[in-house]
Design a protein around this ligand. Sequence first.
Ligand SMILES: Nc1ncnc2c1ncn2[C@@H]1O[C@H](COP(=O)(O)OP(=O)(O)OP(=O)(O)O)[C@@H](O)[C@H]1O
Ligand SMILES: [Mg+2]
Length: 297
Amino acid sequence: MPHAPMDSIDDVQARLAEQDYVCGRALATVVFLALALDRPLFLEGEAGTGKTEIAKALAATLGRRLIRLQCYEGLDAHSAVYEWNFAAQMVAIRTAEATQSAPPDLFSDDFLIARPLLEAMRPQPGGPPVLLIDEIDRTDAPFEAFLLEALSDHQVTIPETGTVKAPEPPIVILTSNRTREVHDALKRRCLYHWVDYPDHAREMEILAARAPEAAERLSREVVAFVQRLRGEDLFKRPGVAETIDWAKCLLALDVIDLSPEVIADTLGALLKYQDDIQRLQGSEAKRILDEVRAEIG
Ligand SMILES: Nc1ncnc2c1ncn2[C@@H]1O[C@H](COP(=O)(O)OP(=O)(O)OP(=O)(O)O)[C@@H](O)[C@H]1O
Ligand SMILES: [Mg+2]
């Protein structure tokens, strides 16, 4: 086994739990397999469901460096790999001119700024890093094609200096919010998992891990309310991140029990679109709260 840093699926769950990451069996299985088979892990899902966080938790528990490539529209292969330090090159030229010494080699490692993909191919203390390629759906097809090649060969090329190959392949996690479909060729190389919203029990576990100060009763109300809210016709449904934020806001306000007034005052922690907030103000919040009360007693 190339990495085999985890012994079993249970081990994955236990070690991520130590990092306050609550990992369901299905996700733990695919993480275990990705590590054991040395395959990139492709995590797709709604916003705020723990896709980015799992890469952080994994790096932390393995004692590996986390290298993050945050994708954005217009990101090109070049800027994901390296950049030349123009300012330093200019200084070196001027210094050489002033001292009448030999011209510097401008395209050497001295002037190279490594971007995440190059960094991930270099040896790292503690072993191969966790390379998080976050929100790949924001890039375009040419970038995906480039990435596919880089990930297959575990190497990147800098035209001026040559190819850098990873001594051991990095642990790769790709995430997508599915604002568009990622190409099959890239997906095929990866193990895939859809990260869904957690069910009530798991979201309670997450809240207990991330907002342990919250009392059991308030947590149950918060989770039940958010779970119901996700079933409403909203422009943007709240993720786990919002559940945690909301619980923390309620704690800061010393709220013991939800009420329609408290909900109205704190909706901004849960919903980020005015249309959604407006929908929930007034009788809607009360209706959902009544349903929650009926459910949890
Ligand atoms: N399973 C989980 N266990 C513990 N905390 C979690 C879990 N899922 C989500 N969280 C919490 O929710 C927050 C948001 O998660 P994260 O940023 O990973 O979401 P994401 O899926 O990457 O969202 P986006 O698509 O918006 O980037 C994390 O900081 C973490 O506190
Ligand atoms: Mg994310």
